[in-house]
Design a protein around this ligand. Structure first.
Ligand SMILES: Nc1ncnc2c1ncn2[C@@H]1O[C@H](COP(=O)(O)OP(=O)(O)O)[C@@H](O)[C@H]1O
Ligand SMILES: O=P(O)(O)OC[C@H]1O[C@](O)(COP(=O)(O)O)[C@@H](O)[C@@H]1O
Length: 305
């Protein structure tokens, strides 16, 4: 079974603008509200690939009710903990040339609500994969993912973590199946800057040394890298009209993990993950299976090392 944990879901309010002027009133020419949050997006892409998952997390207040309504169109299996404070609304501002994101902090989670979540976690078993993604809402400390990762690994299941900073670093010792920083997050993690591809590969190798089993580094329109103990691979990002790249990283994780669970073929998982990422970038919402399969043909994986 696959579980996704989105500690901090969101309503993604995507506004299309002809141009964005800070310090002025900007008027949108179009807008759409999507059920967002990294693990939720992963579950939605897994569903496109024909893979069931249960989406877990915290949902709260009136915005939480609206979130549930938005999500109900997708018929995902979910088991959220209801919290008192409001689910956040993340603002995504699009122009023809730029994407600007403003992500809220999320609800305050009480100790009792956190406890309810932890007690709800089904005992995991060998073969289960738990994908924990995104930022943590207010009051959940950096240990939150670590606590859950400890439980998952003690029970013989695998986990994937897609978050940033210390919360990510702390869980590496427990051997996540894969981590996927983008190149900016990876540079920030080690307080460095990258001058070339080799710098990025070296930083990815540091994550392997710290315990990650595989490292994907996504680079938006510049494609992605997969770094494993033995090899490094690169793939291109095909050309296309970028409509909304929000969720591209989540799609990549879903494609990689979903394919890996079925094939254990790293190169193929990388190829399919990249197809999911690019296909989502070319869609207003997340990609569908036919979008993904079309983009897959335009991606080539090259072995660098
Ligand atoms: N503009 C784009 N054109 C083509 N592919 C893209 C584009 N943006 C993202 N992708 C694909 O999706 C992957 C994940 O996107 P990225 O933006 O790097 O992740 P994140 O959303 O986590 O920052 C990229 O590695 C690439 O394969
Ligand atoms: O939890 P965070 O880091 O604030 O990110 C939340 C945002 O990430 C998303 O899941 C998109 O993530 P990616 O673009 O990295 O795939 C949005 O739906 C959501 O608004």
């Amino acid at each position: 079974m696959i579980y996704t944990i989105t500690a901090n879901p969101s309503i993604d309010y995507v506004l299309q603008l002809s141009q964005l002027k800070s310090g002025s009133i900007n008027r949108a020419i179009d807008d759409v509200k999507l059920p967002g949050g990294k693990g939720i997006n992963v579950s939605r892409i897994l569903q496109q690939l024909g893979l069931d998952s249960t989406a877990l997390g915290f949902i709260g207040g009136a915005t939480g009710t609206f979130f549930t309504t938005l999500l109900s169109a997708h018929q995902l299996q979910t088991d959220f903990v209801r919290v008192k404070d409001d689910t956040r609304i993340n603002i995504k501002l699009k122009t023809a040339t730029e994407e600007t994101e403003i992500n809220g902090q999320g609800p305050a989670i009480t100790t009792a609500e956190k406890q309810t979540f932890l007690e709800k976690l089904t005992p995991f078993t060998q073969g289960d994969v738990v994908i924990m993604s995104g930022s943590l809402p207010r009051n959940l400390d950096n240990n939150f993912y670590l606590e859950i990762a400890q439980q998952i690994t003690q029970q013989g299941a695998e986990f994937v973590i897609d978050t940033t900073g210390q919360a990510l670093l702390d869980t590496l010792q427990l051997g996540p199946l894969v981590v996927k920083p983008n190149h900016h997050e990876l540079a920030e993690l080690f307080a460095t800057t990258f001058n070339n591809l080799d710098d990025i590969i070296q930083a990815a190798k540091r994550l392997l040394q710290l315990g990650a089993k595989h490292v994907l580094v996504s680079m938006a329109g510049d494609g992605a890298l997969l770094v494993t103990e033995k090899h490094a691979y690169q793939c291109n990002a095909p050309h296309g009209q970028v409509k909304n790249s929000v969720g591209a990283g989540d799609s990549m994780i879903a494609g990689f993990v979903g394919t890996y669970m079925q094939t254990h073929d790293l190169q193929e998982s990388f190829h399919y993950g990249a197809a999911c990422g690019s296909a989502t970038a070319f869609c207003e919402d997340l990609a569908t299976l036919s979008d993904i399969n079309e983009v897959y043909q335009k991606i080539t994986v090259t072995q660098l090392q």
